[in-house]
Design a protein around this ligand. Structure first.
Ligand code: ATP
Ligand code: MG
Length: 563
């Protein structure tokens, strides 16, 4: 196989290329799998695992299976399965017909367990979970054999059948592999293969009241599916001997191999389904797809693009060393991509009324506004100009501070796409609040230049007061205000950012915004990147989510660090 490559290969790619060259891959086709447990929504960390597994299959002309690792019936739901599939598709990957469930293999796993018992390689143990823990030993001390370890094969078979038939309560018995209680690797000290659990399974219903354990199920599922490279995160490294034990059970024909990489950690984010579920269940967020959640559903709703996230995990790379990636690198990747594709619109988030006294009342002029200066092919749209406008409050100062180049009495600025205006006078209410600013415009300055070539220093965005729309704008920020949530007090809830959502109920946006649908990438000039909210936005009540600000802290940080 000829492979063209610009970046150096990562360690998994090197292994795969060596295996392919040496003819160690059956049919020369690699097979990977992405094996989520359907007990929550996928998060940004999973994007890395998805890109690795699907990406390798794509690169080397192999296949990648979607395997739902559904061995824990109590915690799993169809809603999660649907969202997992949806998120992988959103990232642009597809598994074709290759959807599998660990529960598809329950019969085979049971038969293999029976065989292990018959061969004297597994036994039914009556130790309680606490006793089992005590017998297991520690990292420095070997374990002890359970008194049940030498139970006869007949008795083991009988008890296992009765476990399966529901004759015992939960916890009464466990089926364990007979490996080695003195092994330096705790995972090899007679690991549990089956436990009793009275739970209805979403797929197998009430058929089973015993369920196979992860270290037994996962490798055998890999073997059954013909997985060649079973790629997982580093915490499974210590489980590799158990993986190899299970795939070398007599009668299992295909031998997959496990490789571990460092999981993706990002500061300011929590990526544990358990903690994310807690935030959802206790209404700290509005749901799994709350735009502040580090879930794929959340960032999608917020306006991140799949391309930017693929670029992000590509930049992070695949290694075997744990690290924490900077949040600003992720935002940098989002901005890089959105800058190239987001449609530019003018939105005034904090409106101040401007009246252009010398502009004819009732007149409407339409200017051409470029959709994206980075992409000339993206064309233009019309923006209406009228006598009354809105600009941002912060673009006007009654008494300017030194270095302020925006609008102030007597100063001239450019209105983006339109005319030069000069502030003439201020109207205030009885409390001294500014109601509006009266200006004049220079009719000669249309399009941003004047006959005398005079220059102005400030340019403001604006919208027409009569030809603009009102929309709710949700200014999202990080959900946690600490780099490592929970590190200071031991409770991550203490680090929730009280300003993670600021709602602007009535922002004014140019009329073109009416056409924006969820999924359309927008930039509100000078304000940030935005997207229409997929749940709450409607033609009657438009809602826009701030995806990311324009400020680029990553570039600044790089400069500071000299990289
Ligand atoms: P969590 O700890 O968040 O609950 P998990 O590991 O239990 O996640 P699974 O559904 O079992 O979640 O994960 C499916 C796959 O995604 C596994 O192969 C797992 O190793 C991988 N994965 C999970 N979290 C990350 C991460 N932060 N970075 C890279 N890969 C990850
Ligand atoms: Mg898991």
């Amino acid at each position: 196989m000829e492979i063209k490559e610009e970046r150096p290969l990562n360690f998994i790619e090197r292994i795969i290329e060596d295996d392919l060259k040496a003819g160690r891959v059956p049919g020369n086709k690699i097979v990977t799998r992405f094996p989520p447990e359907p007990n929550g929504y996928l998060h940004i960390g999973h994007i890395k695992a998805i890109c690795i597994n699907f990406g390798l299959a794509e690169k080397y002309g192999g296949t990648c299976h979607l395997r739902l690792d559904d061995t824990n019936p109590a915690k799993e739901e169809q809603e999660y399965i649907d969202s997992i599939k949806d998120c992988i598709h959103w990232l642009g990957f597809d598994w074709g017909e290759k959807t599998y469930y660990a529960s598809d293999y329950y019969d085979q796993l049971f038969d293999i367990a029976v065989r292990l018992i018959k061969e004297g390689k597994a036994y039914v143990d009556s130790l309680s979970p606490e006793e089992m823990k005590e017998y297991r030993g520690t990292l420095t001390e070997p374990g002890k054999n359970s008194p049940d370890r030498d139970r006869s094969i007949e008795e083991n078979l009988d008890l296992f059948m009765r476990m399966k038939n529901g004759e015992f309560p939960e916890g009464a018995y466990t089926l364990r592999a007979k490996i080695d209680m003195a092994s330096p690797n705790i995972n090899m000290r007679d690991p549990a293969l089956y436990r009793i659990k009275y739970a209805e399974h979403p797929r197998t219903g009430k058929k089973w009241c015993i369920y196979p354990m992860y270290d037994y199920t996962h490798p055998i599922s890999d073997a059954i599916e013909g997985i060649t490279h079973s790629i997982c995160t580093l915490e499974f490294e210590d489980h590799r001997p158990a993986y190899d034990w299970a795939t070398s059970i007599d009668g299992i024909e295909h031998t997959p191999h496990q490789y571990e990489f460092a999981r993706l950690n990002i500061n300011y984010l929590l990526m544990s389904k358990r903690k994310l579920l807690y935030l959802v269940n206790n209404n700290y967020v509005t749901g799994w797809d709350d735009p502040r959640m580090p879930t794929i559903a959340g960032i999608r709703r917020r306006g991140y693009s799949p391309e930017s996230m693929k670029d992000f995990v590509q930049r992070v790379g695949v290694a075997k060393v744990e690290s924490v990636v900077d949040y600003s690198l992720m935002e940098f990747c989002v901005r890089e991509d959105l800058n190239k594709r987001a449609k530019r619109l003018m939105a005034v988030l904090d409106p101040l009324r401007i009246i252009i006294d010398n502009y004819p009342e009732g007149q409407v002029e339409y200017f051409d506004a470029e959709n994206n200066p980075e992409d000339p092919a993206s064309g233009t749209h019309k923006v209406a100009f009228t006598r009354e406008l809105f600009i941002e409050k912060e673009d006007f100062m009654e008494v300017p501070v030194k270095g302020y180049h925006r609008l102030y009495p007597g100063n001239e600025i450019r209105l983006k796409h339109a005319y030069y205006i000069t502030a003439q006078s201020i109207e205030k209410d009885e409390n001294g609040n500014i109601i509006c600013v009266h200006c004049t415009y220079d009719p000669e300055s249309k399009g941003g230049t004047t006959a005398d070539g005079r220059k102005v220093k400030g340019t403001s965005h604006w919208v027409s007061a009569s030809h603009s729309i009102t929309a709710e704008v949700r200014q999202y920020d990080k959900l946690f205000k600490a780099e490592n949530p929970g590190a200071a007090t031991g409770n991550y809830l203490d680090d929730l950012n009280p300003d993670s959502l600021i709602v602007i109920p009535e922002a004014r946006i140019e009329e073109e915004a009416k056409t924006a649908k969820p999924g359309d990438y927008l930039q509100f000039i000078r304000n940030g990147y935005y997207m229409a909210d997929s749940r709450d936005s409607s033609p009657e009540h438009l809602v826009f989510n701030r995806t990311v600000t324009l400020k680029d802290s990553w570039s600044k940080m790089k400069q500071k660090m000299g990289i």
